[in-house]
Design a binder for this molecule. Structure first.
Ligand code: CP
Ligand code: NVA
Length: 308
């Protein structure tokens, strides 16, 4: 039984195989109506619970569609409507759900909740975002980069802005897929040192650069995310905006990256804040391929979890 909890906790060769399988599965579906079942039905007779303790558009719909295309069915649950939100322990929830469904995807707050669910579940658990990481997003980002530019190994990826949960998974991916990673943002919003050290120990270059223009020089991929994540206190909004304003991704910043540098954002984006319309809708932006690839990447993740 395999859980997909984080990119750094997953075998390197397995991650590579998942990206390759995602690309292959995507290719077989080109042009088909979205509800067309895949030729192979690896999730036939399987039920998947999708638990959301935070809002979601992409994760919710892409998991649901992916399960259906592979022949399974989903049960979508909001945390607040479950006993989980009213005091039942995560461990008991894990034991109970394991009797009903074949796999659980959860979007939650503390990473500890995800780990407790995985520890007590007897079915695979997938991390659909915690305060700490968002591995499914970065699997989609790697797939998206490679379909546009070929192998990501050896490329330079620059994260601009808040060193948040999505950034953490990108650093994990740097170590696993072998690309160089640069963070540029305010000192107080740097990614945790443990992520940086771990990636460096795997032999990739990880840099923290204060000046955004200097950071994006030579970039093959520029990535940003919202300045205020779902787990951030709303009271911190103004302070974060003030700190992060110099790190807006706009045309002037993109002009300092490689001319063919791609732009990605996990979405939802706050246009005019962390990124301008000109970059979002510009020729180097692959944000909607990136969103689509959540579907394809997660289908491969689910197959890996179930060995199906
Ligand atoms: N990128 C992402 O996870 O989007 P949702 O919050 O809409 O799921
Ligand atoms: N960093 C954002 C990502 C949303 C998909 C958040 O956690 O709210």
């Amino acid at each position: 039984m395999r859980h997909f909890l984080d990119i750094d906790k997953t075998d390197t060769a397995d991650l590579r195989a998942m990206i390759d399988q995602a690309a292959a599965m995507k290719a077989t579906r080109a042009g088909l109506p979205k509800g067309t079942p895949d030729l192979e039905q690896p999730l036939k007779n399987h039920l998947v619970a999708l638990i959301f303790e935070k809002p979601s558009t992409r994760t919710r719909v892409s998991f649901d569609v992916g399960v259906r295309q592979m022949g399974g069915e989903t049960i979508v649950l909001s945390g607040s409507e479950m006993q989980l939100g009213h005091g039942e322990s995560i461990a008991d929830t894990a034991r109970v759900l394991s009797r009903y469904v074949d796999m659980i995807m959860i979007r939650t707050f503390d990473d500890a909740s995800l780990l407790e669910l995985a520890e007590h579940a007897s079915v695979p658990v997938i991390n659909g975002l915690t305060n700490r990481s968002h591995p499914c997003q970065i699997m989609a980002d790697v797939l998206t980069f490679e379909e546009h530019r070929g192998p990501i190994a050896g490329k330079k990826v620059v994260w601009v802005g808040d060193g948040n949960n999505v950034c953490a998974s990108m650093i994990h991916a740097a170590g696993q897929f072998g690309f160089d990673f640069t963070f540029t943002g305010p000192a107080t919003l740097e990614p945790e040192a443990v992520f940086v050290e771990e990636a460096r120990s795997r032999g990739v270059k990880v840099e923290l650069v204060r000046d955004p223009g200097e950071a994006v020089a030579g970039a093959d991929l520029v990535v940003t995310d919202t300045w205020v994540s779902m787990h951030d206190a709303l009271s911190a909004r103004e302070r974060r905006h003030n700190q992060l304003r110099p790190y807006q991704v706009n045309e002037a910043l993109m002009a300092q990256a490689k001319p063919d540098a791609l732009f990605m954002h996990c979405l939802p984006a706050h246009r005019g804040e962390e990124v301008t319309d000109a970059v979002m809708d510009g020729p180097n932006s692959v944000i909607f391929d990136e969103a689509e690839n959540r579907l394809h990447a997660q289908k491969a993740v689910m197959r890996w979890c179930l060995d199906a």
